[in-house]
Design a protein around this ligand. Structure first.
Ligand code: ZN
Length: 392
């Protein structure tokens, strides 16, 4: 026995009970109004089954899963027990689509919401577009909503910013800022995959924003065609929740760190060279900052840069994608961040390791006990670009 969304709409709401068999976590992230959470395994549990019979109280039972496939077996099992059970065709996704913001008759309930009749806030396009991540228990509808409300700034539309920007646009981060004053050059295209050959000589931030908009035009983009400096960093970073450090020089990396520490913003640092990459995520009050570990900007020439030492494109893609993943996890609360840890990845051996830094550095100049950097503007000389292109 099956029922479509259209047929269900004709039924008297008092005549049926919905059973959500997707499991506790997806249920908590959003379910059909009035539905009972009923794990697949529970159907075989006699006690649960007796309980269900009591609750059903002669009503029809509509069973749904994510797409309407897994629920078929449950419907059969219930039918054998003498319950008038129906499989909801297309499952929860069909319900979501029917319930998109263009229509107002139905509601989706988020557990813990004060107003149980809060309307679904996703459009049909959004439900289809983000379907594969919205069905993840760790993200769900709540997580997608957090992504939609999230604001991420990407510093540098280069080897790291390219994959990070594309994946964050694809994931539906509500506002993406991109800052880069450089122009696309032919030698960038080997790794800076957000740009095309036709974009050579164009400003990188403009080129990157166009590519992201082509991927997803339902979100907001803010383009900055300047370098990030001690003068503009505070004003720009203040408008975002998370920063992706895709900068190509140490001065900017320290500038991002110091500004984020002072403004209490989270960011993900990354650096790449040849076949190796590293990344760490700073979250205010939850671990050391970049300066706690690396302390001072290296002297010019003391560290080789990519134009001297080279870098592989796919390695930039791996590390930049990891930065995007850290941003998604930070915004949605999924998983564990690289806070107080540095992940190092070697593309030649495919080995990675995580170095742990459980505490901040007491003598850190920006977050230590006697920190002397209280404002990046007042310490602007710290961040003067002494060289160029250390990483990327
Ligand atoms: Zn620090």
């Amino acid at each position: 026995m099956k029922v479509t969304i259209e047929q269900l709409r004709q039924w008297d709401k008092e005549s049926y009970v919905c059973l959500d068999i997707r499991g506790q976590i997806p249920y908590q992230h959003g379910h059909i109004e009035g539905a009972v959470c009923f794990g697949e395994g529970d159907v075989r549990n006699e006690t649960e089954h007796e309980q269900l019979l009591k609750n059903v109280n002669g009503k029809k039972v509509v069973v749904y899963c994510s797409y309407g496939e897994k629920s078929k077996d449950v419907v059969e099992q219930l039918y054998e027990k003498g319950i008038e059970a129906y499989n909801l065709e297309g499952g929860f996704r069909a319900w979501l689509l029917d319930n998109a913001v263009e229509k107002k008759e139905y509601s989706v309930v988020y557990e813990g919401q004060e107003n149980a009749n809060e309307k679904n806030v996703f459009s049909r396009d959004e439900i289809l577009r983000y379907d594969r991540q919205m069905i993840l228990p760790q993200i769900g509808m709540k997580g997608q909503q957090k992504l939609k409300e999230g604001r991420v700034l990407i510093v540098g539309a280069g080897g790291l910013g390219s994959p990070a920007g594309l994946y964050l646009a694809g994931a539906g981060v509500g506002k993406i800022g991109i800052i880069d004053a450089d122009e696309v050059s032919l030698s960038n295209l080997q790794r800076q995959i957000i740009h095309r050959s036709s974009n050579v000589h164009e400003n990188k931030a403009i080129s990157a924003a166009r590519a992201m908009r082509e991927l997803n035009d339902t979100i907001e983009y803010k383009v900055y065609t300047d370098f990030l400096t001690a003068e503009n960093v505070e004003e720009i970073v203040a408008g975002y929740d998370f920063v992706i450090d895709g900068a190509d020089n140490f001065e900017t990396k320290f500038l991002i760190n110091d500004a984020c520490v002072l403004l209490k913003k989270a960011f993900c640092h990354a650096g790449i060279l040849q076949f190796q990459g590293q990344l760490m995520t700073y979250v205010p009050k939850k671990g050391p900052c970049y300066r706690c570990i690396f302390e001072e900007i290296p002297a010019p020439g003391s560290v080789p840069n990519c134009s001297q030492a080279g870098v592989t494109g796919a390695l930039a893609g791996i590390i930049g994608s990891m930065q995007a993943l850290e941003a998604v996890k930070y915004l949605t609360g999924a998983g564990e961040l690289l806070t107080g840890k540095i992940l190092q990845f070697n593309g030649l051996t495919m080995k990675s390791r995580i170095l742990k830094f459980p505490r901040g550095n007491r003598s850190c100049r920006v977050c230590g006990e006697k920190a002397d950097i209280r404002s990046v503007r007042e310490n602007r000389e710290e961040y003067r670009r002494q060289g160029y292109c250390f990483f990327l």
